[in-house]
Design a protein around this ligand. Structure first.
Ligand code: BDR
Ligand code: CA
Length: 304
């Protein structure tokens, strides 16, 4: 099993990605860390603990950053609801899995203790990962790669050019892209095509407990837009780990616009090599949408 740490801000599409990863036979989720993003840190951590109670998984959780490194907070409650995971009636979270350690301390411990190099899977803003590298750079020796959801080659979903996770904390994103570690960027170019259609949602509704939970959350995702298809951004990172053949990719240089008159938070993906820099990322450029939908339904079927 491939050892991974997921850093997340659940988040409805985060919840889907988490469920698939936790029930995968091929992944060993060693630690879950939370970061402010879709909504504030207390809410996303509470959401994380509720999911774990519901799916009866015992993976430790550590809380990370309350705020971006330099920027003012923004959020995505218009997409995920005020609590960040609106739409399902969870029991109050038990806190049984919440560590006292800070996310970056827990990450350091898990990374350095692991026999096999760890893959980091950030599916929220990159604040925790940037802090980890600045405070504990020694972890880099035992990280295999970073497979992240964020950024875009062509356009944004938070600003004209900026994707939400990068826009939320562009300074952190820049630190991560410049870290020297192998990075896979699953951005909007694939996330917007990773669509779950109404017939897929109907299939998972009564499939199992997890399917019922996800279906219920879907009814509230993006203010209830199930009919037009729902974008499973964060699941793209998990899908890449489990089924890389679903994607097309290029090796290229990516930088982050931390300031800009119109482009703050934009990932600058230098496909033509104008900047003359060595590639620092594998950028996913396309996805087989039909195969992704089949994978999504099959994956939910393996959950409880
Ligand atoms: C990203 O923003 C969040 O709202 C989603 O969970 C995803 O990680 C997509 O831009
Ligand atoms: Ca997310």
């Amino acid at each position: 099993k491939r050892p991974i740490i997921i850093d997340t801000d659940p988040g409805i599409d985060d919840a889907v990605a988490l469920a698939i990863a936790m029930f995968s036979e091929e992944l060993d989720v060693k630690l879950l860390t939370t970061v402010a993003g879709n909504v504030g840190l207390d809410n996303v951590t509470d959401n994380m603990l509720k999911i774990l109670d519901y799916v009866e998984k015992d993976i430790p959780v550590a809380m990370g950053a309350h705020e971006p490194l330099l920027k003012e907070m923004s959020d995505a409650s218009s997409v995920h609801g005020l609590s960040g995971m609106e739409g399902f009636d969870f029991k109050p979270a038990s806190k049984r899995l919440l560590l006292e350690e800070h996310a970056i301390t827990a990450m350091r411990r898990v990374i350095l203790e692991s026999d096999e190099p760890i893959t980091l899977v950030p599916i929220g803003p990159l604040t925790n990962i940037a802090l980890l590298f600045k405070v504990y750079p020694e972890v880099k020796t035992n990280i295999k790669e970073i497979v992240l959801m964020g950024g875009s080659i062509t356009r944004g979903n938070k600003g004209v050019m900026a994707e939400f996770n990068i826009y939320f904390d562009p300074d952190a994103a820049k630190i991560v892209f410049m870290s020297g570690l192998p990075i896979v960027m699953a951005g909007l170019d694939v996330g917007m095509k990773a669509l779950v259609l109404p017939e897929d949602s109907a299939k998972i509704k009564d499939m199992n407990k997890t399917g019922t939970m996800i279906y219920s959350l879907f009814k509230h995702y993006r203010g209830g837009s199930m009919q037009t298809g729902l974008k499973m951004y964060d699941s793209c990172a998990i899908a890449y780990l489990l089924k890389p053949d679903l994607f097309e990719a290029v090796e290229t240089f990516v930088d982050v616009e931390t300031k800009g008159e119109l482009t703050e938070g934009c990932t600058v993906v230098d496909l033509k090599g104008y900047l003359g820099k060595e590639p620092n990322a594998t950028v996913l450029t396309d996805i087989d949408s039909d195969a992704f939908r089949r994978w999504f339904v099959e994956s939910i079927n393996t959950c409880i």
